[in-house]
Design a protein around this ligand. Sequence first.
Ligand code: NAD
Ligand code: MG
Length: 397
Amino acid sequence: MVSDKKFITVLGATGSIGVSTLDVVARHPERYGVFALTAHRQVDKLYEQCLQHRPAYAVLDRAEDAQALQARLDAAGCCTEVLAGAASLVAVASAPEVDMVMAAIVGAAGLVPTLAAARAGKRILLANKEALVMSGALFMQEVSANGATLLPIDSEHNAIFQALPSGFRQGVDGTEVTRILLTASGGPFRRKPVEELAAVTPDMACAHPNWVMGRKISVDSATMMNKGLEVIEAHWLFGAPAERIEVVIHPESVIHSMVAYVDGSVLAQLGNPDMRTPIAHAMAFPERVDAGVKPLDLFAVGQLNFERPDLQRFPCLALAYRALEEGGIAPAVLNAANEIAVGEFLGGGLRFDRIAGVIAATLDRIEAQSADSLEVVFEADRQARQVAASLVRQYCS
Ligand code: NAD
Ligand code: MG
């Protein structure tokens, strides 16, 4: 019998999304096999994952880490081959044996391997929103030119995808869809007095009320830059102009987003806040499989609330709309400045309430330019990192 088992490469396997993905994979051994697992430097965690999932390849950043992992796997009788470096990420994202690629590296580092998966015509399960924010037009072109399939993992975008008409192709203009309602929890500081934001610590910012996530996206949720990046992500995924994407604060995180139609209907997707739902949805699409997620108990939820976002409290959200309107390289600059500012905040070098200022000043200082090629995007990313880092030093001196 010919097996129709699907093989997956998980980029960023040791992260929050990577671990949830492997949980779904393990629930369906007859449907899914693992081709490759990648991590940056988390050797111990990748070792455990290789023993459990027996991938053909594992990839780490540094050659010395890869050698150490290879020795441990050989000693344990595991025949995974361990590779190192950025070129190996591209190789395992585009290998002919691979059916699906989970793009779950955090930040700009995920762009090149995710693009490689697009060029190889794979089914891409996109968690790495930063890749699309940086190079939306170029990325979408590669997807369509190479017959790749792009399925959103971000819970909001996955919800929107589920609520759109089936077979929906890019572009809400001229269709029966009037608005995309992107829900946001408002993060841990929705009600905190604004003057107390200066004293917020990384652990306070990472204590999200509803979701357990990696540290960078947790800080992005606390500043609401995450929602800003998601507005840009929705723009590219669904061909929606900024004015048709509305952010709605919904503190319970039960409605994952909504689509409004011309006849007055609003379709929503609901569920417990557990990323295994969108992951299983995208992996099995158009079928449905068990994701191990607790059934939603509406009686326990009791109430669903909605609020308008306060742009004074969350200036990062306004900055993202500004970057989307400016277009060209502006979203790449926004993303790079945010990565620097968040990294400095997490490292103790920048106050929480100065993250937005660093990003705004970086956007002001880098001249607008159209994003015609990847080289232009990478140059904008490089320059923005340099400018943002020097602004951080000024703030701290
Ligand atoms: P995480 O920090 O938990 O994991 C990141 C993974 O990427 C790890 O495996 C790490 O080893 C790897 N990595 C980090 N830097 C790398 C580099 N320079 N080169 C190669 N690999 C590198 O992050 P996460 O929370 O799993 O988020 C991953 C992506 O998914 C992000 O883009 C995030 O915005 C998106 N996302 C996450 C969630 C969530 O619930 N965690 C929800 C929606 C979207
Ligand atoms: Mg999200």
